[in-house]
Design a protein around this ligand. Structure first.
Ligand code: MG
Length: 374
């Protein structure tokens, strides 16, 4: 099989940028997009945004930055195995979480509630806003002026109502067609990355235990293999050896099943891919095991009372910031005050969404604690 496959995305046949630009002399269009993403402010902020654990809770936990790097690495691996375009998957992976609020899902839910009467807030849509509008670095355009294929991949899901407002990248949600295989596989890489690193972080934090995880066959089966091969292994290595085997099980299954799906459907071009049902998938057995793993994490980690306590605090911070700024736009930095003249609620939401965890905590302190200045 030649690389890339005829149904892979092709930077020379890209559906283009919103504002046309001359081609780069050294890089294809998707490489260039990846470079723009890495140079963006929003990308650097990922370092201080929460995945599950708030940034200050420990230096060893994943942040959105290390998560995005893990997703990019897995996505490239899958793309290479399936002869798809690695540069495109890398760009999508590195950009996929740019729109996350501080404090992970707790922050997003709180901001969404604040924005209920103003069109809501959704992190996936926000990632698109970041690359289309909010990064202000280039002389000729707002945002990063990325190719259609990267923007399509960033917008993983979208309500019909929002799709109607989005133009080209919204269209597939109205037509019920599929995105590129590169976009499809990056979603799976995201899922494989977070399920497994959340197990690792959850065990390290002590919020979940190996004993509890014995109910998850994906974990238990791989743990048994490691124990059989290395009966005296210390705990830290035991966990890592188990988690890496879980990742491998999922990655191999995804590549094998997806290759089968592709062989069955015989797509000839990316246009065929867009008309076919999504071809990247786990086998039914592994999909079920993966579902059980997610369920376990939901019940035992994401809703652990200690996580709930931090989430409740995070929600309070976001709500209080939102209301303080919304009631008095004079508290916003100057450029956001100007923006607030045209759309007050959205300006406040964009300002808060851009904050890192620690910036939001500091900003909250500055606004609500008399002893803090500035
Ligand atoms: Mg992610």
């Amino acid at each position: 099989m030649s690389y890339p496959a005829p149904y892979a995305a092709n930077p020379n046949q890209s559906l283009g940028r919103q504002i046309s630009e001359d081609a780069s002399e050294t890089r294809n269009a998707f490489q260039r997009d990846r470079d723009r993403i890495i140079h963006s402010t929003a990308f650097r902020r990922l370092e201080y945004k929460t995945q599950v654990f708030v940034n200050h809770e420990g230096d060893l936990f994943r942040t959105r930055l290390t998560h995005s790097l893990e997703v990019a690495q897995m996505a490239r691996g899958i793309a290479r195995t399936l002869n798809l375009h690695e540069d495109l998957t890398e760009a999508i992976a590195l950009a996929h979480d740019l729109g996350h609020t501080p404090f992970g899902h707790a922050g997003q839910d709180a901001l969404n509630a604040c924005m209920r009467d103003f069109g809501g807030f959704e992190h996936n849509l926000q990632s698109l806003r970041v690359v289309e509008k909010l990064e202000l670095r280039y002389a000729d355009f707002d945002g990063l002026n990325l190719t259609f294929e990267v923007r399509e991949g960033i917008l993983k899901h979208c309500s019909i109502k929002n799709a109607k407002l989005l133009g080209d990248v919204g269209q597939r949600f109205l037509d019920k067609t599929s995105p590129s295989l590169e976009a499809q596989l990056t979603n799976f890489a995201d899922e494989i990355a977070y399920n497994n690193h959340d197990i690792d972080d959850g065990l390290r934090s002590g919020l979940i235990t190996i004993e509890q995880l014995s109910e998850v066959s994906l974990f238990a089966d791989n743990l048994a293999q490691v124990k059989a091969k290395y009966p005296k292994l210390e705990q830290r290595r035991l966990i890592h050896e188990t988690v890496r085997r879980m990742i491998n099980t999922l990655m191999v299954d995804l590549c094998t099943q997806s290759a089968k799906n592709i062989a069955q459907q015989q797509p000839k071009s990316i246009a065929d891919i867009r008309q076919l049902p999504q071809l990247i998938s786990f086998s039914p057995e592994i999909a079920e095991q993966n579902q059980k793993l997610k369920q376990f994490l939901r019940n035992n980690l994401y809703h652990h009372y200690k996580v709930n306590r931090m989430s409740a605090k995070a929600a309070r911070i976001v709500q209080e910031l939102f209301h303080a700024f919304y009631e008095n736009v004079g508290l916003l930095p100057n450029e956001f005050q100007t923006y607030a003249e045209t759309d007050k609620a959205r300006a406040v939401a964009d300002y808060i969404a851009g904050m890192t965890d620690r910036f939001a905590i500091r900003e909250h302190r500055k606004l609500f604690t008399v002893e803090e200045y500035l």
